[in-house]
Design a protein around this ligand. Structure first.
Ligand code: MLT
Length: 396
């Protein structure tokens, strides 16, 4: 008889955001006329940039003409998009060959798929609080996980120690959920640590476009990273592609383990397991990297940053400690009066119809904290902030 993957039995019953969606649905069933202020999952509320829409329309027309029609696309990405992404990195003085860039359908898909490159005996180090898919994908793969907790004492930015034993290290900077971001010196320490041990860093750069300060946007800005890191990025948060789906992964050709090139292994994987990303989407994605596209996506990011400012002002006024909001689209606050994060979630939903994400969902050290996404509608964010301020003032 077939044996299913028994590792699934080690997962929590449902995925964090699915669980929150279920609770939200139940509330709406009981209160069908309620308007909810959605600041839970980091899903964008502003439309795609006009330059992207024009490129998508043109690409649809291309598919209607014999001379411009495209069938299967190259599995690792269209040269025009791989080159546009390499040119984007060059502006930050990071030199990449176009065939070190792989076009993907998004960061979360890729973070799971990339695990194919590594033996399950490798141990994964996950700094927590963490995006829960890192943990769940490794549990599904039956891999041992070393949970590295962080907190206010280290500003949610843990640093390597000699005693840590791991082969695969997840770094998300700017971080989901805490919004904390590593500086060059701190990232250099992780790069050195990984190179010394032959470990590989999976660097999640999904939030790099939100960086305001002088901080690295890419792990490849750090000397030595080409021999120990893979970078995963997505256009979801940067350019509003959550419902459109497009991302990219950088695997340098210098990255080898046991005499095998991880870049060549990924080519082998993609050419076997995918038939590439649609031509239409890749044309839309390429528009993001044009001068006009960059200007337009940053107009949307500016609006999300204004949401962050509104929420930060509210928390300042209420005297609540928080992190993030400056270099990231998330605000990570301490729950008032020592409340548990799920109790605070229920309270916000039931009393002020605001949805956030309980910190416990990002690992046990996230208990007592709460995350707000700043990707919501600006009017909703202002109203939610006003309601939150009232509720927090009552708490004290
Ligand atoms: C989040 O809210 O943590 C993210 O939006 C989830 C995701 O990117 O899949």
């Amino acid at each position: 008889m077939l044996t299913p993957n028994l590792s699934y039995a080690n997962l929590k019953e449902s995925y964090l955001f699915h669980h929150i969606a279920g609770k939200t649905e139940a509330y709406l069933c009981a209160h069908p006329d309620a308007h909810l202020f959605r600041m839970g999952i980091g899903d964008v509320s502003l439309p795609l940039a006009p330059a992207v829409i024009q490129a998508l329309h043109r690409a649809v027309d291309d598919q209607g003409e014999k001379d411009s029609f495209h069938g299967y696309m190259p599995e690792c990405g269209a040269p025009f998009l791989r080159e546009a992404i390499a040119a984007f990195y060059l502006k930050r003085n990071v030199q990449l060959a176009a065939d070190e860039v792989f076009v993907s359908s998004g960061a979360s898909d890729e973070l799971g798929d990339l695990l194919d490159l590594f033996d399950r005996k490798n141990r994964a180090l996950i700094m927590e609080p963490a995006y829960p898919a890192y943990v769940d994908a490794n549990i599904m793969a039956g891999r041992e996980i070393l949970h590295l907790p962080s907190g206010p004492d280290n500003h949610f930015l843990p640093l390597p120690e000699d005693s840590l034993q791991a082969d695969l290290i997840y770094i998300c900077s700017p971080n989901n959920p805490t919004g904390a971001a590593y500086n060059r010196d701190q990232l250099s320490r992780w790069v050195q640590w990984a190179n010394e041990r032959g470990a590989v860093i999976l660097f999640d750069a999904a939030y790099e476009a939100f960086i305001e300060e002088d901080l690295p946007h890419s792990i490849f800005e750090i000397p030595g990273a080409r021999t120990c890191a893979i970078e995963i990025c997505s256009l979801s948060k940067t350019a509003g592609f959550t419902g459109t789906r497009l991302g990219y992964t950088v695997i340098p050709k210098d990255l080898e383990r046991s005499g095998l090139s991880l870049n060549a292994m990924w080519v082998r994987n993609r050419t076997t397991k995918t038939n590439g990303i649609s031509y239409i989407l890749q044309r839309g994605g390429a528009a993001v990297f044009t001068e006009e596209g960059q200007r337009q996506i940053h107009e949307n990011i500016r609006i999300y940053k204004e949401n962050a400012r509104v929420l930060m002002t509210t928390l300042d006024e209420a005297g609540i400690r928080y992190w993030g909001g400056r270099n990231a689209p998330y605000i990570w606050m301490e729950c008032p009066d020592g409340q548990s994060s799920w109790a605070f979630f229920d309270r916000l939903l039931n009393e002020i119809q605001v949805i956030g994400t309980p910190g416990e969902g990002f690992g046990s050290c996230g208990e007592g904290f709460f995350r707000f996404s700043t990707f919501g509608d600006p009017g909703d964010t202002r109203e939610a902030a006003a309601r939150l301020l009232q509720l927090l003032k009552q708490s004290h």
